[in-house]
Design a protein around this ligand. Structure first.
Ligand code: ADP
Ligand code: ADP
Length: 222
């Protein structure tokens, strides 16, 4: 579903990724853990097609990202630290807009259902998104991912800045989404979150994946 083969990224002054190999299947939540500068965002951005690899390749659904940037967009949903929405539109309007860009047209009733399933309070759905909390915007992000039937979900520090309750809700949504068969890759520096939602954890250090393990094998005090 998601694959990196000898993926390498050299920025002008920095070798950010040193030949990454990785495979993530539907139903998996793979958490990339590591300190600032380890190469987590670079990895996510290579899967998104936002940056070009220096060598090697990233694949989504068997399609090479760098040479098919438009094709892979239909499989993908992306949730960064701050989900970008149209601030002057309501939650329902944003969902309708992003779904239709992905080729899905929904009735008002269906749109409301997606938002409710993502945990957005009913009172908020017709408010302008500019008035939403960060946690609410992240929920709209999840609703968009579900509504466009994304096969792959990429997240970059999605819970940073959320309070514990919003973080927990978000983790629960992620788990549900992955159980429906979405392959999830999440960059985080939060070991606690990674253990909570991840099925596997990969530790990155200076552009290398130095350890990959099923979350279940991590000790409580690690
Ligand atoms: P992380 O997400 O783990 O914090 P990044 O992938 O953002 O790490 O960055 C990895 C390294 O590459 C860092 O040293 C960072 O400064 C560098 N880097 C990231 N993006 C760029 C860029 N566009 N140009 C130059 N260097 C970059
Ligand atoms: P993160 O930790 O999520 O990678 P950063 O704040 O490090 O976030 O980076 C934010 C943006 O700046 C990213 O798009 C990244 O590619 C870019 N960036 C990071 N480091 C550098 C750098 N040394 N030179 C140029 N751009 C950089």
């Amino acid at each position: 579903m998601l694959e990196a083969k000898e993926l390498r990224k050299q920025y002008p002054n920095k070798l950010a990724l040193r030949g990454l190999n990785l495979q993530i299947e539907p139903g998996e939540v793979f958490c990339l853990l590591g300190q600032n500068g380890a190469g987590k965002s670079t990895t996510i951005n290579l899967f998104l097609g936002f940056v070009q690899p220096t060598a090697g390749a990233a694949y989504i659904n068997g399609v090479e990202v760098a040479s098919n940037p438009l094709k892979i967009k239909q499989y993908l949903a992306y949730i960064p630290e701050n989900v970008m929405l149209y601030a002057h539109l309501t939650g329902v309007e944003n969902l309708a807009l992003f779904s239709s860009l992905a080729g899905f047209r929904y009735s008002e009733k269906e749109l409301l259902e997606y938002l409710a399933n993502a945990g957005l309070p009913a009172e908020a759905v017709r408010r302008r998104v500019g008035t939403y909390s960060k946690g609410m915007r992240q929920k709209v992000g999840i609703a968009i991912a579900v509504a466009k039937h994304a096969k792959v979900l990429l997240l970059d520090e999605p819970t940073s800045g959320l309070d514990p309750k919003a973080s927990n809700e978000f983790s629960e949504l992620l788990r549900r989404l992955s159980q429906q068969g979405t392959a999830v890759l999440m960059a985080t520096h939060d070991l606690f979150r990674a253990k909570e939602v991840g099925t596997r954890v990969g530790i990155m250090r200076e552009g290398e994946l130095v350890d990959v393990r099923p979350t279940a094998t991590l000790n409580a005090n690690e």
